[in-house]
Design a protein around this ligand. Structure first.
Ligand code: ADP
Ligand code: MG
Length: 691
């Protein structure tokens, strides 16, 4: 139930004065459907009007002059403006009006009248003029001209000044709300109240007041991130209240581990310890395991699965593509089967008797581990005792899909794996409702991929080297970006590249792109994995995680168009084996300075976490890493980068609130409920509910 005190803010925008059927759709486009959305509009700049004599007029400045109307000049054609000559003791100015309403002008501002005119001064070949002044008013009403005027986002048919009027109207409707922030924090940060903060936002006194660092913006940002963190903390708490099976670390996993030809890295050990602690907590696990491609996430999952099997339960590992599922199956099945743990692979390809047999093994519990694609959550798939779901490349799945799989058991533990490292500063924002383990250490013995940025005019040289390498038995990826609006022309570009490369390298050049069917893609990928193809030209469909150990060269065309994280992911396709690998970042010169710096970062490090952090720094907040699609919330006031200190505090604050006052019944709790309703994160969160 929405608190009554918020009713006015949740009213449709048509309840604002002056918002009728014509204006409503325009205002909705700028703000949103309800009064709250108009209240939350932010001015993006301020105009400061200076007052002066005409002798002091400065080209380009917005100024106010006290003048007398001298004379009207009718336009000779419709294309010409009405011109009104005005003057003070120091000089002249021409006001220009297009659109033929000069008759009215003459009536309202007769020759000889004294007026204040305000607008942007322009020096033109017709002399000094002001086109469509913002104000022409009687000097008695001088206070109608604001000295400082905030400029609001606008749209065709709804100019900024009208939007401002509606925003002020919404502000007038905004109630005083009870303080939901901790009083000590409010006074330490010198925060104004919620309403004062909004009022200041709509009445900025300078550019500094528009800054996200201004104290009122920080207040509003803190409200917003606290509401968000609170929603996530509440969901996490709710999940924890569901009892889940306790799974103890067992001898079985230890014997599987003993067979591995390597020792776990420290980071893998920590991630495994995190999972095992969750397993023993008696609560449902919801853990995200983040780590670069090749950092060894799968091994950690495998040992967790062995623990589950020893405790008599089953696990399911779901991957977004068939190739990946197959590779996981190949990684897991032998080491687990060696210790009596049965693994089945279930994909869309399974048909008939073979499929029925696999389904029986899962339903009876004869097999303890299922590896597969979307095929895993289909209705016919039943488990005997599903206790752990592992999702690889978690962002590639929808909530519903994950939930359908988890629903095949009771209080199923969730481990989500992601090869997109999130900067620590964003972790709480994106995954505040999950526990996170970071595998930030690579297994030893990898040779870093030698990375070079090369301008496109040197293409021939690169192709020549590629020919030599391929003759020597090497394999290469050649990535063409998806850049234009039209997939067709991007595809054409990739096809052209494949043709051009075939002219030099012969028929060992394959092409894979998004228009191919799953089976066709798999076939090309299989040809590449088996060495029948030496160079694989691809649009960005190269599946994350695909392992072709013999591939040692990665060429990326128009690298400057990719996000850093994406370049890093692509580069991660090579350098899997012990052989030296190379990555060539082809770019169209000239590079902007930022683009240059970004490519430089890639040359200097191959740590995904460092790269993500640097990318964020270079591009600032906003949609730095294209993260919005992967769950970065669309904040109104908060900037995940600029306000990262606030997010950290809000995370702590939210946890404390949920622990101390889970029912939100204290005074502050009640006020916080209003805050939650105000921001209404629940709707948004459901979209990426991980459990
Ligand atoms: P991810 O899933 O994070 O991409 P994988 O678990 O598939 O990584 O591991 C990548 C490769 O590294 C695999 O061949 C795996 O056997 C190997 N590997 C994993 N952990 C280690 C380790 N600690 N030492 C050496 N090799 C490892
Ligand atoms: Mg992997």
């Amino acid at each position: 139930m929405r608190p009554e005190i918020l009713f006015s803010l949740y009213s449709p925008i048509t309840t604002l004065k002056g918002v009728g059927p014509r204006v409503a759709p325009l205002l909705e486009r700028v703000a949103g459907p309800i009064v709250r959305d108009v209240l939350w509009l932010r001015p993006h700049s301020v105009i400061r009007r200076t007052t002066g004599t005409l002798a002091e007029a400065i080209d380009g400045q917005v100024m106010t002059f006290d003048v007398v109307i001298n004379d009207f000049q009718r336009p000779r054609t419709n294309a010409q403006p009405w011109r009104v000559r005005v003057a003070d003791e120091t000089g002249f100015l021409t006001l220009a009006f297009f659109g033929g309403f000069g008759g009215q002008l003459e009536q309202r501002h007769p020759v000889g009248a004294r007026r204040l005119v305000s607008g942007r001064v322009e020096e033109t070949k017709f002399g000094r003029q002001m086109v469509h002044p913002d104000y022409i008013i009687d000097p008695a009403k001088a206070e109608d001209i604001p000295e400082i005027e905030p400029i609001y986002p606008a749209t065709e048919g709804l100019p900024p000044r009208r939007v401002r009027g509606f925003a002020l109207e919404a502000l007038a409707q905004a109630p005083d709300l009870p303080e939901w922030q901790d009083p000590a924090f409010v006074s330490r940060e010198r925060f104004p109240t919620w309403r004062e903060a909004l009022s200041r936002m709509h009445h900025p006194e300078s550019d500094a007041d528009l800054s996200p660092l201004s104290v009122h913006r920080r207040r509003l940002a803190y409200d917003e991130v606290l509401a968000h963190q609170l929603a996530m903390a509440q969901r996490k708490a709710a999940r924890r209240r569901e009892p889940a099976p306790t799974i103890r670390p067992g001898a079985l996993a230890e014997s599987v581990r003993a067979d591995l030809p390597f020792a776990l890295t420290g980071a893998q050990e920590r991630a495994l310890a995190d999972v095992r602690a969750d397993f023993q907590a008696g609560e449902r696990m919801s853990r995200l395991i983040q780590g670069d491609v090749g950092s060894g996430k799968t091994v950690v999952a495998m040992l967790a699965m062995a623990d589950v099997a020893e405790a008599g339960g089953q696990s399911a590992l779901m991957a977004p593509t068939e190739i990946l599922a197959r590779q996981h199956f190949e990684t897991l099945s032998a080491p687990l089967a060696a210790h009596g743990i049965g693994v089945v692979l279930l994909t869309g390809r399974d048909k008939g008797a073979a499929r029925a047999e696999k389904l029986r093994a899962l339903a009876s519990g004869a097999a303890q581990v299922a590896v597969g694609t979307h095929a895993l959550f289909q209705d016919e798939v039943a488990f005997h005792r599903l206790q752990l779901v592992v999702i690889d490349e978690q962002h590639r799945f929808g909530v519903a899909e994950r939930q359908r799989l988890q629903a095949k058991g009771e209080a199923v533990h969730l481990a989500a794996m992601s090869a997109t490292p999130i900067p620590r500063t964003l972790e709480l924002t994106m995954y505040g409702d999950l526990d996170v383990s970071r595998i930030d250490e690579k297994p030893p013995g990898r040779t870093p991929v030698a990375t070079r940025a090369v301008p496109m005019p040197r293409l021939d040289e690169i192709v020549g080297r590629l020919r030599d390498a391929v003759t020597g038995g090497a394999q290469a990826f050649w990535i063409c970006p998806l850049v234009s609006e039209s997939e067709v022309s991007d595809l054409a570009a990739a096809e052209m590249r494949a043709i051009a490369l075939r002219e030099v390298l012969g028929d060992k050049v394959g092409l894979v792109h998004g228009q191919l069917s799953g089976a066709e893609k798999d076939a090309v990928m299989a040809d590449f994995a088996d060495g029948r193809i030496s160079v694989l030209v691809a649009t960005t469909v190269v599946e994350v995680g695909v392992n072709v150990p013999n591939a040692t060269i990665m060429v990326i065309e128009q690298a400057e168009r990719f996000g850093l994280a994406q370049l890093h992911q692509l580069r991660g396709r090579v350098g899997r084996g012990r052989r030296e690998s190379a990555c060539v970042l082809l770019y169209d010169p000239p590079l902007s300075e930022t683009a240059q710096q970004r490519l430089d970062i890639l040359r200097r490090t191959d740590d995904g976490f460092v790269i993500a952090e640097k990318d964020l720094e270079l591009r600032g907040g906003g949609d730095a890493l294209g993260l919005r699609q992967s769950g970065l919330p669309d904040y109104v006031f908060a900037d995940p980068f600029v306000h990262r200190d606030l997010i950290a505090t809000a995370g702590d604050d939210a946890r404390l609130i949920v622990n101390r006052d889970p029912g939100m019944t204290s005074e502050r709790g009640k006020a916080l409920r209003i805050l939650s309703e105000l921001f209404d994160w629940k709707a948004g969160l459901a979209l990426r509910d991980a459990g």
